[in-house]
Design a protein around this ligand. Structure first.
Ligand SMILES: O=C(O)CCC(=O)C(=O)O
Length: 344
């Protein structure tokens, strides 16, 4: 859907660091994306980059052995040692009685495997919205991240700032959090600290499970928002499928668990503006899928991070033109879903 931004929306993004954009996508577009995320969830235990933070946290904090292999491809013992070695670490879990297991699936780089995600990342209205919001003549796609919180999930998303997870630096980058279900604070909609993008701070990435910083990170720890949420100016919107929340890469944000009996599926699309440059950041998330090597100072432009605005060939879809490449073998099911959703 063609979407023009209002002055008030541009101002909100620049001043507050976050803006809600209503009705950006049609129901059929969202249905395709939802099918891709459901495939990610169904194949999570075969993906090398999918983690269930609910299971991992239950094992670390409550000693509950994870039932399947999703948690175990990740070295829970090593992770547990990192968390327990942090004297300030504490569980960030909702006080929910056990009603089923809950799920907090995280997976990155779905665009490499799922045609619907690829279409959104490269060929939807998001690159143009990024150019307008960032006031940037050029926009590169960085990556996508999937966050699914199943019914009755205790694990919160620890408050964090996205820049620290990524190997680039610069003034301007943006994330579009795209909910695929109706969501409210009770089901874990995102919460943003107003104007937290303004002071230039770059914080160390945390493990999402707690405020414990990623091993190797050298930047200062994110303020402990969970300790006293009421003392922060928090922006939180109720959203419907089709809406998108755009936040600046430096805006601090987090989310509660999912206290409801409904799914809370969401995917974030990350874009960099013209001034972003590759930067090997201490503690950034490993990039298992990348096939190209960028050097510090390089512009964000490679097969892993294509330029998506301006559109080089407006009549053609970038998703058709850029070959699907990954260093990590996708599972047969994931490949299937890629072909089926393409055909849909
Ligand atoms: O959906 C969530 O719970 C977290 C999403 C998030 O932190 C992000 O997109 O940066």
């Amino acid at each position: 859907m063609e979407k023009r931004l209002t002055r008030a929306q541009l101002r909100a993004f620049h001043e507050d660091g976050v803006v809600l954009l209503k009705d950006v996508f049609e129901a059929e577009e969202i249905a395709r994306l939802r099918a891709a995320l459901d495939m990610q969830l169904a194949n999570a235990n075969k993906s090398p980059t999918a983690y269930d933070f609910e299971q991992i946290a239950a094992e670390i904090w409550e000693g509950k052995k994870a039932a399947d292999s999703v948690a175990h491809r990740f070295d829970v013992a090593a992770l547990s040692a990192v968390v327990k070695g942090d004297k300030n670490a504490r569980p960030l879990r909702e006080a929910l009685s056990d009603r089923g297991r809950g799920t907090f699936l995280f997976e990155a780089s779905g665009w490499r495997r799922h045609r619907a995600i690829r279409d959104f990342a490269l060929d939807s209205c998001l690159p143009k919205l990024a150019a307008e919001l960032l006031d940037s003549p050029v926009v590169s796609f960085w990556d996508d991240t999937t966050f699914i919180k199943g019914p009755f999930t205790k694990q919160k998303t620890a408050f964090h700032q996205d820049l620290g997870y990524n190997n680039y630096d610069g003034r301007n980058a943006i994330v579009f959090w795209t909910p695929l279900d109706s969501a409210t604070e009770a089901s874990g909609v995102m919460k943003y600290i107003r104007r937290s993008h303004k002071d230039g701070s770059v914080y160390a990435p945390n493990l999402f499970l707690s405020q414990t910083t990623m091993p190797g990170a050298t930047a200062p720890k994110c303020p402990d928002i969970e300790a006293d949420e009421d003392s922060f100016d928090i922006i939180c919107y109720d959203v419907e499928p089709g809406d998108v929340i755009a936040h600046h890469i430096r805006t601090i944000h987090g989310a509660g668990g999912n206290l409801t009996g409904h799914m809370r599926r969401a995917i974030s699309f990350h874009y960099c503006g013209e001034d972003a440059r590759y930067f090997s950041r201490a503690g950034a998330a490993p990039r298992l899928h990348d096939v190209d090597t960028l050097a510090d100072g390089d512009a964000i432009c490679s097969r892993d991070h294509p330029v998506v605005w301006p559109r080089p060939w407006p009549q053609l879809k970038l998703a058709d033109l850029l070959p699907l490449r990954t260093n990590v073998e996708p599972s047969a099911e994931a490949m299937n879903s890629n072909t089926t959703s393409h055909a849909a």
